[in-house]
Design a binder for this molecule. Structure first.
Ligand code: ADP
Ligand code: ZN
Ligand code: ZN
Length: 803
């Protein structure tokens, strides 16, 4: 008897272990580790992952698995193993680890159905529901709800005539298309054609077509080409002259695009020096982590491309991670241009079906390179030769939900397995990575100048307090206004960048300062112009903007803060001649709109591109000669020890957008705190000095990279409960760790209440605590058993969001 070890799709503490199921004889040769199968679980049928197959089991009353969902494993051995590692290091449920590795399309979807109980006939049911079961064996639950049948169904179910079942469904089907092809050679077809009755003109035409084009083709295209009808083709199939077949095709998101093929450029001396150790690591199959540190435009991407080239020549595969917002068509083109159809692309702009198709190409080894956002790190390659992470400092590489992994850690773990290099690239490396490079844990490779020695743009830092003093109340400094005007006159393009993070528009009373907060969460509501409403971004609460202040009854209550819409309106007033393209979540919501707007800008259809974070990267247009940052310091005041680092990175990145080509570029940064080192040093693009300053501060305050962090957050409806329980946890942790560790808390989270649940946290700063994972796991175990009383505990190891 064969037994399958199965991780079931029930994310709870009690079910976070393999369950044993008997593999029925008929499936014995089919079921393999890494496949998804359907298993009975209590009264339900659910999905599970087979992690192992054994000869026997200690469990007495075993149940049989029901059916396989895959014909081949969706997770290979290495990924199954990686799942265990993920579970251990991020303290997540195993099921979440495995699901995170697969495209959303492969996540189980359950459909609730009602059907006749065994041995029952539709005749025995009441009139009202009989018709639903006469011809069909089962009724969809959604349909039952819609038709108002639930109570009748329930009564019949209680009598044992009906039963409720859950059916596991695939979310996305493989796309199948009908192909038609000849069953004979051209010469034979010509003979057969003569035998067809004289008046069957269309049939003859179709045969003529295949005499000229002997390859199978899509039925749809054939009908277009020959003007024949489907019936004509059917007739020929019936005569056994043609065959018809359903074949799987891929939804191709790039179908309408062609890629200009590019060839490796002769490397500069600096590039050659940087690529040499990477090539050596690929050749000798020796794992090493490289930090490729070079300003934007210094030729990092060319190094990636030529490293991948080497990997492909060796018959191996490459994973390239790029932050979601830099996964622009321009970026993708650079890889497709060099490696053509060997490249699969995975990003959130694709539909679930398209993503699934790209994933299948990887799984079938039809591609050698995958370019994608964070989750592409789980690409199911089996012979990885290099993993590249561009813009390695980006915080979007950390996933905030279970499994709370960092793609960089996963990359290094996989690269160790395959003994291949990891290349981390950045103009502003994260402090963690740069510190590791300084300590020679990573191998530092530096590209110190831009290609063609093009100088970095000149940066002007404007003190907005001075502007106010000089009587300028506009959001544009005089300097920025003059320069925008100048560019429009010269026919050059400008980019205006609004740092939206932590800067949503809120509604405030100008008389008394009252800010409208969400009644469920301790956070201000965000203003939305559409419908003049305010929304809570945490719980979804919505309301109208009050006409008068609820505090002082003043009528001067209105929204504050600068949204992109507001900037656009203001631009319309002061520079009516400017053609503006606005890019933010509102204008890029629809699929493909991001791309379209960029294309319009590239084609010179606008003078100014105005946008948020999403325009900070990847833009590389020759005609951009001015970059303006409207509010550099909005991010500095967030309760986050990385806020200086993030500000520096963002400003440096945005500045890099100007003057990348023939025309020299200028940058204007507007700020209320020009003396802050992260702004000052971004002005001179001095990463090294910034690194030193910031390291001192991190050391002083016991933050990474000097200390590791672990954040425990508790939430509960009652303030007293959450405080008391956090207190208990703080005590427990304190009693278990060494006195080197710093334990902060209990403290209210920076957002102290979300959705009527109070939030408290305990922050652990530590250097070396070999037992910490065990301690944290114990806490989770304890509280996950106690979820009944409504207390929720979450633990984030190496958190990036401390709110
Ligand atoms: P980064 O990735 O560091 O921003 P890129 O690789 O995009 O830099 O290089 C910047 C520009 O220089 C690109 O237009 C690229 O085509 C060009 N470039 C890169 N390497 C070379 C080279 N060896 N010779 C000529 N041009 C190069
Ligand atoms: Zn008021
Ligand atoms: Zn809310």
């Amino acid at each position: 008897m064969k037994i399958a070890n199965v991780i079931v799709d029930v994310p709870t503490k009690q079910t976070d272990r393999p369950f044993d199921y008997i593999i029925p004889k008929e499936w014995e040769n089919v079921i393999q580790p890494g496949m998804r199968i359907v298993v009975p679980f209590g009264p339900r049928k659910i999905q599970g992952f087979v992690t192992d197959i054994k000869a026997g089991s200690e469990v007495k009353q075993l149940r049989e698995m029901i059916e396989p969902m895959d014909l081949e494993p969706v997770l290979n051995k290495e990924l199954l193993h990686l799942g265990e590692w993920l579970t251990e290091t991020t303290l997540c449920f195993k099921i979440f680890a495995y699901q995170a590795m697969l495209p959303a399309a492969l996540k189980a979807k359950y459909e609730k159905m009602v059907r006749l109980a065994p041995g029952m006939k539709a005749e025995c049911l009441p009139q009202k529901i009989k018709p639903y079961f006469t011809n069909h064996k089962s009724l969809d639950w959604e349909e039952a709800l819609k038709d108002g049948l639930v109570s009748v169904l329930q009564q019949e179910a209680a009598k044992g005539k009906l039963e409720v079942v859950y059916v596991v469904k695939e979310r996305v089907r493989k796309k199948q298309v009908k192909f038609v092809g000849p069953l004979f050679s051209a010469a034979e077809l010509a003979v057969e054609k003569e035998k067809i009755q004289a008046n069957a003109e269309k049939q003859k035409q179709v045969l003529d077509y295949f005499i000229d084009h002997p390859n199978p083709m899509e039925l749809r295209k054939l009908l277009q080409e020959t003007n024949a009808s489907a019936a004509t083709v059917k007739a020929l199939v019936a005569k056994k002259l043609l065959f018809e077949e359903e074949m799987e095709v891929y939804r191709n998101p790039f179908e309408h695009r062609t890629f200009e093929h590019t060839y490796p450029l002769p490397l500069t001396n600096a590039q050659a020096a940087a690529i040499k150790p990477i090539h050596a690591s690929i050749e000798s199959q020796k794992h090493e982590v490289f930090l490729l540190y070079g300003v934007t435009g210094s030729g990092k991407t060319e190094i990636y491309l030529q490293s991948i080239q080497k990997v492909i020549e060796k018959g191996q595969e490459a994973i390239v991670l790029v932050p979601e917002i830099s996964l622009t068509p321009q970026m993708v083109n650079r890889f497709k241009g060099r490696f053509g159809d060997l490249v699969a692309v995975l990003h959130s702009g694709l539909s679930a079906g398209e993503k699934y198709d790209e994933w299948r190409k990887i799984q079938r080894k039809e591609v050698k390179v995958v370019v994608g956002a964070r989750s592409a790190i789980f690409a199911p390659f089996e012979n990885i030769g290099i993993i590249i992470i561009d813009e390695e400092h980006e915080t979007s590489y950390k996933q905030e939900d279970m499994p709370r992994y960092h793609a960089r850690d996963v990359a290094i773990e996989r690269a160790k397995t395959y003994q291949c290099p990891v290349v981390l690239g950045s103009a502003t490396p994260s402090l963690e990575s740069f510190a590791r490079a300084q300590k020679k844990v990573y191998h530092l490779l530096t590209l110190s100048s831009r290609m063609n020695e093009r100088p970095l743009p000149a940066v002007d830092i404007i003190d907005m307090r001075e502007e106010l003093r000089a009587g300028n109340r506009s959001m544009f400094s005089r300097k920025l206004f003059d320069m925008l005007k100048d560019r429009i006159e010269k026919g050059q393009q400008s980019v205006l960048f609004l740092n939206k993070r932590g800067h949503s528009s809120f509604v405030m009373c100008r008389d008394c300062g009252y800010v409208v907060n969400c009644p469920n969460c301790d956070i201000s509501l965000t203003y939305h112009r559409a419908g003049s409403r305010m929304k809570c971004h945490y719980c979804g609460y919505e309301s109208h903007i009050p006409k008068v202040c609820p505090e002082c009854s003043s009528e001067y209550i209105r929204y504050f803060g600068t949204g992109t819409q507001k900037v656009e309106e203001e631009l319309g007033k002061i520079l009516p001649e400017a053609r503006v393209i606005r890019m933010d979540v509102d204008t890029t919501g629809r699929k493909g709109s991001h791309e379209r707007l960029l294309k319009e800008f590239q084609e010179g259809k606008a003078d100014i591109l105005l946008g948020t974070q999403m325009i900070a990267k990847g833009l590389d247009f020759p005609n951009i000669t001015l970059v303006g940052v409207l509010s550099a310091d909005t991010m500095l005041h967030l309760p986050d020890f990385r806020s200086s680092e993030k500000t520096f990175q963002l400003l440096t990145q945005v500045s890099g957008r100007a003057g990348r080509h023939q025309l020299p570029g200028e940058v204007v940064i507007q700020t209320y705190t020009p003396e802050h080192y992260s702004i000052e040093l971004a002005g001179t693009q001095n990463y090294d000095l910034f690194y030193q300053r910031e390291m001192m501060i991190r050391k002083l305050h016991h933050y990474p990279p000097f200390y590791y962090l672990a954040l425990i957050t508790l939430t509960h409806e009652h303030l007293m409960t959450v405080v008391a329980e956090t207190e208990k946890i703080v005590h427990y942790v304190r009693s278990q760790v060494s006195n080197q560790a710093v334990i902060l808390g209990p403290a209210a989270s920076p957002i102290p209440r979300i959705n009527n649940r109070y939030r408290y946290q305990c922050l652990i700063k530590y250097k070396r605590e070999p037992n910490l994972t065990r301690i944290l796991k114990k806490i989770l175990d304890q509280y996950q058993k106690e979820t009944k009383n409504g207390l929720l505990v979450s633990i984030d190891i190496n958190p990036f969001i401390l709110m």
